[in-house]
Design a protein around this ligand. Structure first.
Ligand SMILES: [Zn+2]
Length: 354
């Protein structure tokens, strides 16, 4: 089946072109050619050593980057990866089912893997003087080595748990709330945990309503875990509503319901610069931008989630405001741009200039 782009141009469905890995002889030939073109006669020392089995040079594995520093005006900011999950059931977590083949073709058209869909987990940290603000907490410490990297990331940037003064909780799913608890206690004991009242009300209601959700997980367990975490965090909770601001207007809450009832997104502002954190308004950097009506099974209220996504994405595409996605490829900073009838995510290139 053909992929129809938003410009109405069709292209063949199979567009993956695996790159052959050059054989060592062709690589040597390439290096020799490059060297002679550049007028260089000797190979670099490390490469020369590789050619000589008597003096092996073991390549050092580079550290896997998971902490990225940037600025929002005068604020220091970091995007810390909490790791990732891989959805082995591919696009089967996405709805509606009759669009799954289109989704798969969209992934193929961009050279993405289709055997599993990575779900990135990006945690934003912002510091202004003594105020250290953490935006959601990731999964916390778990046996799975692919997740729960926040503690190590904070250590790397020299922020101890007791130095976190403000935390934002966008909603009560485990990848956002679980890291706020460590060993049955608040992981950041000196931090307020700010959340929309609607979110706390949902989880604490007598029977949280999942009747519109396509979620297939163990819902009683999901409710139990969220309630347990909220109980532990109760002394630290500060309840907010749409439009509330904290830290002299530096952070503004915006209600973004649908993924959960009290899901919120946030704008961080300093002077003329801002960053719009759209949290779980998107779970993939291609699918929800290609068609905002495609949604993940975790949405509690899919129709509301789609309406919220349209509203927020349309605005961000019009203003080109710098944005941040919790589940987009790390470090998750970029902009939403118009792309024909659709939109696209343009991830920012890494820059280590400051
Ligand atoms: Zn999430």
């Amino acid at each position: 089946m053909a992929v129809s782009s938003s410009f109405g141009i069709s292209s063949p469905a199979v567009t993956t072109f695996p790159m052959p890995s050059p054989s060592s002889s062709s690589r040597r030939q390439f290096l020799k050619t490059s060297a002679s073109v550049a007028g260089i006669t000797a190979l670099p020392r490390a490469l020369a050593a590789q050619e000589n089995p008597a003096a092996p040079v073991k390549a050092r594995s580079p550290n896997n980057p998971f902490v990225y520093r940037f600025n929002i005006g005068g604020f220091e900011a970091w995007s810390i990866s909490d790791g990732h999950l891989l959805f082995n059931d591919r696009v089967d977590k996405m709805w509606p089912p009759e669009k799954r083949e289109d989704m798969k073709q969209e992934l193929i058209a961009h050279g993405e893997r289709t055997d599993g869909i990575p779900l990135y987990v990006n945690l934003l940290v912002v510091r202004n003087g003594r105020e250290v603000v953490l935006f959601d907490s990731g999964f916390g410490q778990r046996p799975n080595p692919n997740i729960g990297w926040l503690a190590e990331g904070l250590k790397l940037i020299g922020i101890s748990p007791d130095q976190v003064t403000q935390s934002i909780l966008s909603h009560g799913h485990a990848d956002h709330i679980a890291g706020f608890v460590d060993g049955g206690k608040p992981a950041f004991p000196n931090s307020a945990i700010r959340v929309l009242k609607a979110e706390v009300d949902f989880w604490q209601s007598a029977q949280p309503d999942f009747s519109k959700s396509h979620r297939r997980d163990n819902i009683p367990n999901l409710i139990k875990s969220a309630r347990n975490a909220l109980d532990i965090l109760k002394p630290n909770l500060q309840l907010h509503k749409d439009g509330d601001q904290i830290l002299n207007g530096a952070i503004t809450f915006e209600a973004a319901p649908g993924h959960t009832d009290g899901h919120c997104v946030l704008r961080i502002t300093d002077g003329k610069e801002s960053l719009f954190h759209f949290m779980d308004v998107a779970h993939n950097h291609l699918l929800m931008f290609k068609d905002p009506t495609w949604f993940i099974e975790f949405d509690h209220l899919p129709e509301v989630a789609v309406a919220t996504r349209r509203r927020i994405f349309r605005r961000l595409a019009a203003t080109r405001e710098r944005a941040y996605g919790f589940h987009l490829p790390w470090p998750g900073i970029g902009r939403i741009l118009p792309d024909g009838d659709a939109l696209r995510w343009e991830g920012e290139r890494w820059s280590w200039g400051s």
